[in-house]
Design a protein around this ligand. Structure first.
Ligand code: NCD
Length: 313
């Protein structure tokens, strides 16, 4: 059978806004395929391919999961995660660094503090660019991983009641997640301190597709939620540390809260977590954030496999 070209072949992954439900579902299908494949067959998918990563901001999971993902499909990775040891310190522009990396690799992952950095890099790069987190706007591969986790753990996405808690102003995972959820039929409830409410300018488009409710009270609807997505207060993005101190520790998910939640509700977090989920919650069956990190490796392997292979895998 002649397979047609897959729609992700040599494409950039910059924003969830460029997606739709069908595109997300085809990545989920590819991820399920990756999970089922034997390691030897998996390694054929990316054999001889190189992933290049450029991380201008700290990262643990995103970088490691991309490295693990390319290795699992038989490829290798090269990159810079510590910008102080790179030519950027000598004054090299982002454009030149991207240009060089696109010569040495088959697909690039960029993490950068500026919104728009990945789109800019994609214009320069000869190879596909994946946004590994840009500014406060986007983290598309995290959203893919988040929705895949919901689908695996709840067996569906449509019809769920989803609460998103924490720093909704600066947390970029929240904007990508909301964009992705807006392609589904879900009820979303946002919970944040008043000063960290969702930015209306960034949700203007999303709001055309679905609506959400907002409150500052974590417990108001907690017993009704199927998914509780917790985020870290993004200290590094506050213009004024005093403002951070005022909201630090606003919400803490402890055993008292998990007991009020539905038994089959799930708790997610993009990680790293600080104090917003107590360590004692890790042993509850609602805690799925480490599973979510594992799914992140599989969803990224699937995405890389689709980008690198004309006919998919
Ligand atoms: C997130 C990020 O970088 O935006 N981390 C991640 O990629 N898993 C969330 C965060 O830093 O709080």
């Amino acid at each position: 059978m002649i397979q047609s070209m897959n729609e992700f072949f040599q494409k950039d992954i910059i924003s969830v806004r460029d997606f739709d439900k069908q595109k997300l579902e085809s990545i989920f299908d590819a991820t399920n395929k990756i999970i089922k494949l034997k390691p030897n067959d998996r390694r054929e998918i990316g054999r001889g391919k190189t992933l290049g990563y450029l991380f201008y901001e700290p990262s643990t999971r995103t970088r490691l999961s991309f490295e693990a993902a390319i290795a699992s499909i038989g490829g290798t990775s090269i990159g810079i995660s510590n910008i102080s040891s790179s030519s950027t310190q000598k004054g090299e522009s982002l454009a030149d660094t991207v240009r060089i990396m696109s010569i040495y690799s088959d697909v690039l992952v960029l993490r950068h503090p500026l919104d728009g950095s990945s789109r800019f890099a994609a214009e320069i790069s000869e190879k596909s660019v994946i946004n590994g987190g840009s500014g406060t706007e986007e983290h598309p591969t995290q959203a893919i991983q988040d929705l895949f986790t919901i689908k695996k753990e709840k067996n569906k996405i449509d019809g769920l009641k989803i609460g998103i808690v924490g720093d909704l102003k600066y947390g970029r995972t929240v904007y990508s997640l909301l964009s992705a959820l807006s392609y589904y039929d879900v009820d979303v409830h946002l919970i944040s301190p008043e000063s960290l409410k969702i930015r209306t300018d960034s949700t203007y488009e999303i709001k055309k597709r679905f609506s959400f409710t907002e409150s500052t009270d974590l417990e108001e609807y907690i017993d009704d939620l199927d998914v509780v997505y917790v985020t870290r207060i993004q200290k590094e993005r506050f213009p004024d540390e005093e403002e951070y101190i005022k909201v630090k520790g606003s919400y803490v998910i402890g055993l008292d809260i998990t007991k009020k939640m539905k038994d089959d509700a799930i708790i997610l977090h993009p990680l790293p977590r600080l104090d917003e989920i107590s360590a004692e919650v890790d042993n509850t069956k609602q805690a799925k954030y480490f599973k979510q990190a594992e799914y992140g490796m599989y969803t990224r392997a699937a995405l890389l496999g689709l980008i690198l292979n004309e006919k998919g895998f």
